[in-house]
Design a protein around this ligand. Structure first.
Ligand code: NAP
Length: 341
């Protein structure tokens, strides 16, 4: 039986039109467009709305908004989708999917099973870790992947940011509000980051650059006390005293569960065509999890809108083939559907 909010627990027989996995900018933009197309739309988000931007300090490159924060924009994106009728379920981690067939199934860690005619994969990416001694042990004790969450703990103390991309520069600049010194440690002497960010960092008195250098280990017993650095050109090593170390060395696309349904390139990203369609009918991809030349909030939103409208067209096509009665029948999960996946 269908509950008032459109879903039921295990044994659910309601069928969503568009089920979106991931509540970052791509997933929430997809939800907005799908809901405005009058499709019964559900977003499943495992942690909090916004995905990576939920832990981003300042956002100043989203067109039409001069300056906002990641958490604020995350809430606005979610509320916008909800305003047009999308349902957003936070804290629902997807553990199993069955994406073939006309009615697809998605199961979450809490034990709920959802049925849907189309799926948009907007699972984003997870921060890449350094993989050096001390990193795991001191995670949460001075090793951080989120400046906006942990920056205020390092007031008047020296911290380091590892990385040379936009994220490293954005977050290093944010940390200068709190820390006494922010060392930017990068393995090369050139940066991937936009010039505007590099220039701003160079002009900031609190920033110091340590280039051609990698972190070999992170020191500290109960909290970070420093990092062992190695210069890649000279081979010289030295201990840098630190209160905290922030890792911003890129992301790893979150594609587990999906490998059997979608094409994944050598770097781990999902390859799709310009309509965001995968080779699997009714399954679309949007945002940082897909192979694309640019990963920005605005491009994630753009992907989401295209994926939603592609799903909308697919649903029109499906409606000609699948009666509501047949959809309901297919939505009844066979008892053992998970065992075959
Ligand atoms: P990114 O652009 O992939 O940069 C990753 C950086 O980490 C690179 O400098 C890379 O060095 C370095 N790196 C990678 N693996 C490393 C390792 N094992 N040890 C040491 N260094 C390592 O990642 P990102 O900065 O997280 O950005 C991801 C995407 O989001 C990008 O497309 C970016 O433009 C976008 N983004 C945009 C904004 C903005 O517009 N304000 C903000 C944040 C992110 P090499 O350069 O030597 O490879």
């Amino acid at each position: 039986m269908e509950s008032s909010n459109g879903h039921t627990d295990s044994g659910d027989t309601s069928v969503w039109d568009v089920l979106i996995i991931g509540g970052g900018p791509a997933g929430l933009a997809a939800a907005l467009y799908a809901a405005r197309a009058m499709r019964k739309t559900l977003v499943l988000e495992k942690v909090m709305p916004g995905g990576q931007i939920a832990t981003t300090s300042e956002v100043e490159d989203y067109p039409g908004i001069l300056m906002t924060t990641g958490p604020e924009l995350s809430m606005q994106l979610m509320e916008h989708a909800q305003h047009f009728g999308a349902q957003v379920e936070i804290g629902e981690q997807v553990t199993k999917v069955k994406l073939d067939g006309k009615v697809k199934k998605v199961k979450t860690e809490s034990g709920r099973t959802f049925s849907t005619r189309s799926v948009i994969l907007a699972t984003g990416a997870e921060p890449r870790t350094l993989g050096v001694p001390g990193e795991d042990k001191l995670r949460g004790y001075g090793v951080s992947y989120c400046a906006v969450c942990d920056g205020p703990f390092f007031r008047d103390r020296p911290v380091a940011v590892v990385g040379g991309g936009d994220a490293a520069f954005d977050e290093a600049l944010y940390l200068t509000k709190y820390a006494s010194t922010v060392y930017l440690i990068h393995r090369r002497d050139e940066f991937r980051a936009q010039k505007v960010l590099v220039d701003r960092a160079r002009a900031n008195d609190k920033m110091q650059f340590i280039l051609d250098t990698v972190v070999d280990s992170i020191s500290g017993d109960k909290a970070v006390t420093g990092a062992m650095l190695r210069n890649l050109k000279t081979g010289e090593t030295r201990e840098l005293p630190l209160g905290g170390l922030f890792v911003y060395i890129g992301n790893i696309p979150s594609t587990n569960l999906l490998e059997q349904y979608v094409e994944i390139d050598d770097s781990g990203y999902i390859e799709v065509d310009a309509t965001m369609a995968t080779g699997c009918p009714g399954v679309y991809v949007a945002g940082d999890v897909r192979k694309s030349p640019l990963k920005q909030i605005v491009t994630a939103g753009s992907d989401g809108s295209i994926a939603a409208l592609s799903a909308d067209k697919y649903l029109d096509y499906l409606a000609e083939e699948l009666s509501p009665e047949e959809a309901e029948r297919l939505a009844e999960a066979p008892e053992n559907w998970e065992e075959s996946y």
